[in-house]
Ligand binder design. Structure first.
Ligand code: UT7
Length: 332
């Protein structure tokens, strides 16, 4: 009997470069409070957010991804045509088809396999798991993983529960072969019992076919998600540490989804992170950018010198679905 020939990849994969694109326009709390009967003080106290970046018409899901990817490629020292797979995590590419990834791959100058991942705020960490496994399985020499959102397109500026949180931006990483393990085992899953906790209000066809056609904006049961994340996500993060064989004392950086500084604090407390672990706080001036939040926060930590080459960083992300994913990675 003839057997199929396989071509396994290298033993290990790692993140080789991290890039970001932040929209030019900074929107402070003072600009949005009137529409939601809120205050700068309340928003800062409850979420940590002071300002966020909101994209203009020229800053699209595609353009922000391309800009972030070019930076990641340059930092990784990899040319676009060396990429074999482009994975885009997003919930705000508003074409039902084709994928954002195919357009991004084309703009970058690669004919790589390209597809989008729908796992909301956890999408980037899902993409890192996929990219790492692809490289190690031999199905991609190099993978480009992007987290990107233009949430301002689908956020109701008058909704008190979401208008102050969500924002725009893109982050990207290049994953490739490595002599040593650079991406630990992923711990991921979903809690579909809470499927309705964060969602767009209705299907497009209903929103546009109704008597008063409009965009199906995001709705969120904020306090329910807050309780779920504060209680459950530290356990997932701990499992990712355990599976990577890393203790909190060996960890250098904690880069959680930038959902709310109070959730970050609760996770850090439950994990018992020592003061030596540097914690990402990008939310303060970037807001919650869903799939883009972890790579944006990662890039910021590197730029600020808080994440240095060879450091161990714990990533954990969670959001609509409810879905989640976590892994330990080495900082490039
Ligand atoms: O990225 C995906 C994952 N998402 C998350 O992880 C988000 C998780 N949730 C959160 O971050 C928080 O739930 C929010 C920041 C969204 C809200 O904070 P909260 O502490 O859960 O507020 P709450 O909804 O429990 O409301 C507390 C109070 C209420 O007033 P009373 O009933 O205590 O008098 C609300 O009416 O705050 C009031 N409130 C507001 N006040 C000023 C609710 N929204 C606002 C607002 N401005 N925008």
């Amino acid at each position: 009997m003839t057997t199929i020939t396989t071509a396994p990849g290298p033993a290990h994969a790692a993140i080789l470069g991290v890039g970001a694109y932040r929209p030019a326009r900074l929107v402070p709390n003072s600009e949005i409070v009137d529409a939601i009967d809120s205050t700068d003080e309340w928003i800062q106290q409850r979420s940590g957010i002071k300002t966020r970046r909101i994209a203009d018409d020229s800053e699209t899901v595609i353009s922000m991804s391309v800009d972030a990817s070019r930076v990641a490629l340059e930092r990784a020292g990899i040319a676009a045509d060396q990429i074999d797979c482009v994975i885009v995590a997003t919930v705000s590419h508003l074409l039902q088809m084709p994928s954002a990834a195919t357009a991004i791959a084309h703009e970058l100058g690669t004919k790589a396999a390209a597809f989008d991942v729908s796992a909301a705020c956890a999408g980037f960490c899902h993409g890192v798991a996929l990219g790492s496994d692809m490289v190690r399985a031999g199905s991609a020499g190099y993978a480009l993983v992007i987290g990107v959102e233009k949430l301002s397109d689908i956020t109701d500026p008058t909704d008190r529960g979401t208008a102050f949180i969500f924002a725009d931006g893109a982050g990207a990483v290049v994953i490739g072969p490595s002599d040593t393990p650079g991406i630990g085992p992923v711990v991921w899953g979903s809690d579909g019992e809470h499927y309705d906790h964060i969602r767009t209000r209705e299907p497009w066809v209903d929103a546009l076919g109704s008597d008063e056609p409009g965009i199906p904006f995001i709705t969120m049961k904020g306090s329910e998600v807050f309780r779920w994340a504060s209680y459950s996500m530290a356990k997932i993060a701990q499992e990712a540490l355990d599976r990577a064989g890393v203790t909190v004392d060996q960890l250098d950086c904690f880069i959680p989804h930038q959902a709310n500084n109070r959730i970050t604090d609760a996770m850090a407390r439950s994990l018992g992170l020592p003061p030596t672990v540097r914690i990402a706080r990008d939310i303060v001036d970037a807001g919650n950018t869903s799939a883009a939040s972890v790579p944006l926060a990662f890039e910021r930590m590197i730029a600020d010198g808080d994440a240095r080459p060879g450091d161990l960083a714990l990533l954990v992300a969670f959001g609509a679905g409810l879905s989640y994913a976590a892994q330990v990675v080495t900082v490039p």
